[in-house]
Ligand binder design. Sequence first.
Ligand code: TXA
Ligand code: MG
Length: 362
Amino acid sequence: MQQFPTIYSINPRSFRRCKQQILKGELVAFPTETVYGLGANAFDPCAVNKIFEWKGRPNNNPIILHFSKIAQLDKITNLTKLETIAMHLIGMECWPGPLTLVLRASDIVPKEVTAGKDFVGVRMPNDSVALKLIDECGCLIAAPSANISGHCSPYTPEHVSNDFYNRNLCILDDSENKNSRCGIESTVIKIEEISTHCLKITILRTGIIGGNRIRKILKEHNIPFELEYYTRLGNEESAMDCPGQLFRHYAPMIPAYIEQHDTKDVIRNGLLHNFVIIGANGSLGELKHRCLKYIDLGISILDVAKNIYSVLRLAERVDNAKGIIISVKNLDEFTDKDSDLDMAIHDKLMRCSEGHSIKIIQ
Ligand code: TXA
Ligand code: MG
């Protein structure tokens, strides 16, 4: 029998259908304020395994649990007093929102979710559709981004159906909160008490909620902590702490390069007719007529975050394109010092290009 995904508009019947699917161990794709999630009942190990199978996800990569009320964390976490205080302080300020906390897990969390680790990632998404789905199902929803592993994250229901074109997948429509999306994945932060009365805060994945915001919250309440960024751009083995942070990630299906002046790899502008150029605020716009297609991400870093995955997915589908060249140098200055958005975008671009840069010459 032929299998294909279906996009459901938001109404009570769609939620009933999605609830049925989740409770019988099937997967459902749902919008969040960051990217689409591919969800399963967190307490159904077979359903969680299906996520790994469908995505082609390495099974050492843990999955985030999505919840709708902080009280739901009591049973699935096993925190020290200080960790509990920090979780509440940070959670009260940032949830619902684009933040995942990685916390010491209790025994009831299936090892399929934690990938056998002692910690579990949790997040309350700021999206009424996602929250309603969690409430209707009455269970926590385990969900990674709804893309084939390694590919660009999905921003629209069509991105999800393109990646899972051969699966019977219910996809909830995103029209309800379309304008309030930030477009890139949540910040992932691990909290652990390393010595009595001192927390270690590790930013495993940067995002719109930045380290400064977390520092402020903890300082205001006199919580002793050390904060560091997990920076290793690892291969499979060295990335064990955060297996999702592999070097190649968020990548389009054709090679991508970051345009840079001081790099040794060069391309003659006469060869640009094989390339799609992605600019921002007009960068490389002077080459518009020399390349196969020119796409602009917008004027600010917030536009880049919103559009980056859609534009990369558009670029990889341009007929005869051999590669993509990206330049985001012209952006308006971003002044929100509590956000790590600059760092997050840089990180996504590094990963989508596998660190390859190129200089355009005459
Ligand atoms: O915005 C988001 O976070 C989206 C939406 C759907 O919620 N989800 C998402 O999931 O991006 P995923 O699986 O694509 O990325 C989650 C990241 C991965 O890098 C994973 O390794 C890390 O979070 N992570 C999850 N649980 C973890 C844990 N227990 N320990 C360490 N890292 C964890
Ligand atoms: Mg992902």
